[in-house]
Design a protein around this ligand. Structure first.
Ligand code: FES
Ligand code: FES
Length: 156
């Protein structure tokens, strides 16, 4: 498999690498960069566990090729806290609401919610549910996750 040079910004750091054409962004982040926050669930775009932000928009990194991120900005869950290690407000909201159980879905949920909140308030729980529809959780029953995001939105 032919490799291609890749220059991409990951969590505000410029990264240069050489990647095979078929390398997914998920495998690049996890295996090449050691950023294991994005999880592999279904590997076919159904569960949202692999969600990262690409230029601020949520994408399934299992369906995105690493080369598609060339010249763009990728944010993973590892990049949300500030330089002092303080959690992002959405991370804190999930903790405060008790919205984390096993945690497998949590990075994807939080990144999708972060993008939603960046677009403007969406305090209506129905809107939050719709926005998070692509992120599956097998543990929480969703109520606390929706509550965390809706409360964060309402507070803005
Ligand atoms: S692992 Fe990517 S959507 Fe499930
Ligand atoms: S907290 Fe376990 S899958 Fe969501």
């Amino acid at each position: 498999m032919e490799s291609f040079p890749l220059s991409v910004t990951v969590n505000d750091q410029r990264v240069r690498a050489s990647v095979p054409a078929d390398r997914t962004l998920l495998r690049f982040l996890r295996d090449d960069l050691g950023l294991t926050g994005a999880k592999e669930g279904c590997a076919e775009g159904e569960c949202g566990a692999c969600t990262v932000l690409l230029d601020g928009a949520p994408v399934c990194s299992c369906l995105t090729l690493a080369v598609q991120a060339a010249g763009r900005a990728v944010t993973t869950i590892e990049g949300l806290a500030d330089e002092q290690g303080r959690l992002h407000p959405v991370q804190q909201a999930f903790i405060d609401a008790g919205a984390i159980q096993c945690g497998f879905c949590t990075p994807g949920m939080i990144l999708t919610a972060t993008a939603l909140l960046a677009d403007g308030p969406a305090a209506d729980p129905a809107e939050v549910r719709a926005a998070l529809a692509g992120n599956l959780c097998r543990c929480t029953g969703y109520a606390k996750i929706v509550d965390a995001v809706a409360r964060k939105a309402a507070a803005r």
